[in-house]
Design a protein around this ligand. Structure first.
Ligand code: SAM
Length: 257
């Protein structure tokens, strides 16, 4: 376990932010807290995610509540946010949709970065919707976020959006058993895309045209080896693939023209 993880755990137990740990250096640590620290270290060594232990994680410079059964925000997903923000003029009104909000980190970040934006957010998992609701409330954006439960575009039938974003599950079913136990705690629905892994993009390609306004766009996260197949599936939308900081295919952007 890294020194950084130990610091984050200790800061959490002491009720401070990690950079403030030094303020506590001279203070005596109560025995009960030490015992809890030791217990937590053991859990972490057994593979339990630090993020679930401390109940929060950072995304795009802000802290979001996280909980078992809901995906932990990943730093590589920040690229999806960056690409979306590049396409959103801060002086214009937009209505966007996020399919599969999870903790809400994407939709809430977009709302905080663009104050004239209104978002719809969907998820099949009620626990994810509840976590998003809490995070949205903490960041004061609940009034601009409508949450709905359901699969794909089903909860927003009849509506049209300026843009759609999603970080869908895209791991092939066959890899589930190979995932570390700690990762499995994030839930099969959050990670597994189907037999091939890319089933979401197949369904998305068939439906997205009906849900985008003219000149609307979408930004989707993809698996590192899915650039080619996703480009083929979404060929009617002039798709462009972007690589993440480690040089892997990570995001596809497309337009309805
Ligand atoms: C990979 S997680 C992404 C969560 C969050 N947006 C993020 O980036 O951290 C995928 C999310 O989509 C939800 N989901 C999976 N399949 C879905 C579907 N067909 N329609 C709507 N939501 C779905 C899962 O429950 C999960 O919360």
């Amino acid at each position: 376990m890294s020194q950084r993880d130990r610091q984050l755990l200790l800061a959490h137990l002491l009720g401070v932010k990690a950079p403030e740990l030094y303020l506590k250096m001279e203070e005596e640590v109560p025995l009960q807290l030490l015992e809890e620290y030791e217990k937590s270290i053991k859990k972490l060594e057994e593979g339990y995610p630090l993020q679930y232990l401390i109940g929060e994680w950072d995304f795009y410079g802000r802290t979001f509540k996280v909980a078992e059964g809901v995906l932990i925000p990943r730093s590589e997903t920040e690229l999806l946010v960056e690409k979306t923000l590049e396409l959103l003029d801060s002086r214009r009104d937009y209505t966007g949709l996020e399919i599969g909000v999870g903790s809400g980190c994407i939709a809430i970040t977009l709302l905080l970065e663009r104050e004239r934006l209104f978002m719809y957010g969907t998820d099949i998992n009620p626990k994810a919707l509840e976590l998003t609701r809490i995070n949205a409330e903490n960041y004061g954006v609940s009034q601009r976020l409508k949450l709905l439960q359901g699969k794909d575009f089903e909860p927003v039938k009849g509506l049209r959006f300026d843009f759609v974003v999603s970080n869908p599950p895209y791991i092939p079913e066959g890899l589930w058993e190979t995932l570390p136990e700690g990762v499995k705690l994030e839930g099969k629905d959050a990670l597994i895309g189907g037999k091939k892994g890319w089933e979401f993009y197949e369904r998305f390609a068939q439906q997205v045209g009906d849900f985008l306004k003219e000149n609307g766009f979408f930004v989707l996260e993809i698996g590192h080896d899915q650039g080619q197949i996703v480009q083929e599936l979404l060929k009617d939308y002039s798709p462009k693939i972007f690589k993440d900081y480690s040089g892997q295919d990570r995001v596809v952007v497309g337009w309805k023209s």
